[in-house]
Design a protein around this ligand. Structure first.
Ligand code: NCD
Ligand code: ZN
Length: 471
């Protein structure tokens, strides 16, 4: 058999080891990994000597804003940024306008996402008023559900615990994971109202409105519902030491719960608010240095499973406001995650193998993309980030590919960057430049997603069972 391409001279990295090996690719898949003399013939050979070949990052938390907010981002700019960042698969969030709340909006988004440069999954919304749509959303190809326990950009009302329980009953049966914005709305709405009434509107008031109890309460409550129903859940953007406790406890009890954090919660803290002002505003807030320290530890030990970005671009006008309550929350991240985390590798905070575990292996497993994605091994998709661990760059808005470029990491010097990105065997980024005509190469991952068999619990007490008996 003749391969389409051989990447020769690189070092292949997985979550346990680094091996000097060539990689043969055919029809978008990995054909062989091994010594040069064991490689088949190939139409093309690409020398990657000096580079480390990582499974492309899988970022399960991006907001690409289309439809509805394309002045912030769209599917082309968002996936361009992903390709530049070594990210080969993204899962995109439903807080667009209209939100992805039923099959109509899912189909619309699938259409818009046809210009994607990298592969993608799509979240369906789980809210108070669309519980009846969840099965149809899954049927139409939603890859996971997103439940906003707290209000954030898009102002989607957070579901009551009652609606969430029914949502979890349905998700448990379907087997799809429910990703949670785990901040309890009633607590923070109350506190923000009190702060605003007192005329307090400096940047640090954002933390005061959302102290870690907001996340502790939400994670604990969601874990109880997941345990009861057998639903799989994922805690998005872990920001506090406090919420690690209910997360770790739930894992010990056998709840199917995973967690992610984002670079801002590891690399920024409350001492950065004076310098960055409203630019640092994000939900949940960047907290104290002791929170970052605890999250680093939990990430290294695996209590926090993965790194995502919560890529949430806005315009400079929307971000820079004197009154903190008027600044939009979030910032772009899909392009800067890998350079920032590789810098942490260069500094010895984590190993490269740990990074591969948290950026590719763990998300692939949690969201059913394993064994087709998340590894460089025969049979898998050839999704590869070829990284130069010594490459020095400085993060600057003008170089970012997102439409909403304003970032709290402006001016940060990084060591290590993806110099090529391949999605299913094709270069989408090469030598730090976008490859022309590759917009539209991205595909939805529905065909390869294989969630382990669902294990719903207490089904006899589910609303569906009880209402079904009635007639
Ligand atoms: C996100 C956004 O802008 O869509 N903002 C944020 O502060 N994280 C929404 C979210 O993930 O909460
Ligand atoms: Zn969120």
């Amino acid at each position: 058999m003749i391969a389409d391409m051989i990447l020769t001279g690189g070092i292949v990295v997985d979550d346990r080891s680094q091996t000097r090996a060539d990689v043969a690719i055919k029809d978008g898949h990995i054909l062989a990994v091994g010594a040069p003399e064991a490689m088949p013939d190939a139409r093309e050979r690409v020398d990657v000597t000096g580079l480390h070949l990582l499974p492309g990052a899988i970022d399960v938390h991006v907001h690409f804003r289309e439809p509805g907010y394309t002045h912030k981002e769209d599917w082309q700019t968002g996936t361009d940024a992903a390709a530049m960042g070594g990210v080969t698969t993204v899962f995109e969030m439903p807080n667009t306008h209209p939100p992805t709340r039923s099959v109509v909006e899912l189909r619309q988004k699938q259409e818009l996402a046809r210009k994607a440069r990298v592969d993608f999954g799509l979240y369906g919304l789980m809210a108070e008023d669309n519980i009846g749509e969840l099965e149809a959303l899954a049927e139409a190809g939603a890859n996971a559900f997103k439940c906003f326990m707290g209000n954030t950009f898009g102002n989607l009302p957070s579901p009551s615990t009652g609606a969430m329980l029914e949502g979890f009953e349905i998700a448990a049966k379907l087997g799809l994971r429910v990703s949670l914005h785990a901040e309890t709305w009633s607590i923070m709405a109350w506190r923000q109202k009190r702060l605003e009434a007192a005329g307090i509107h400096h940047p640090l008031a954002h933390i005061a409105a959302r102290p870690e109890i907001v996340a502790i309460e939400a994670v604990g409550r969601a874990a109880a519902l997941a345990e009861w129903t057998g639903a799989r859940i994922h805690v998005l953007h872990i920001s506090s030491a406090g919420e690690l406790v209910p997360l770790a406890e739930a894992k010990r009890r056998g709840v199917d719960i995973t967690g992610e954090t984002c670079p801002c919660y590891l690399m920024l803290d409350s001492s950065d608010y004076a310098r960055l002002g409203s630019v640092i505003r994000v939900n949940p807030p960047v907290r104290e240095a002791r929170d970052s320290a605890a999250i680093w530890e939990a990430l290294a030990s695996g209590v926090v499973d993965m790194i995502a970005t919560d890529h949430a671009p806005h315009t400079p006008e929307e971000k820079q406001r004197d009154n903190i309550w008027q600044a939009d929350c979030g910032f772009p991240g899909v392009e800067t995650q890998m350079p920032l985390m590789l810098t942490a590798v260069a500094e010895g905070r984590i190993t490269l193998e740990q990074y591969v575990r948290m950026s590719a292996v763990a998300p692939a497993r949690a969201f059913g993309l394993w064994p087709m994605k998340g590894r460089i091994a025969p049979g898998a998709h050839a999704d590869i980030a070829a990284v130069d661990l010594t490459r020095r760059e400085t993060i600057a808005a003008q170089n970012l590919h997102s439409r909403g470029k304003i970032t709290p990491f402006e001016g940060v010097e990084t060591t290590g960057a993806p110099v090529h990105t391949l999605v299913r065997g094709r270069f989408v980024q090469r030598d730090r430049k976008l490859v022309p005509n590759m917009a539209g190469h991205g595909r939805q991952v529905t065909d390869i997603q294989q969630m382990p068999a669902a294990a719903p619990r207490n089904t006899d007490q589910s609303l569906a069972a009880i209402l079904g008996q009635k007639g």
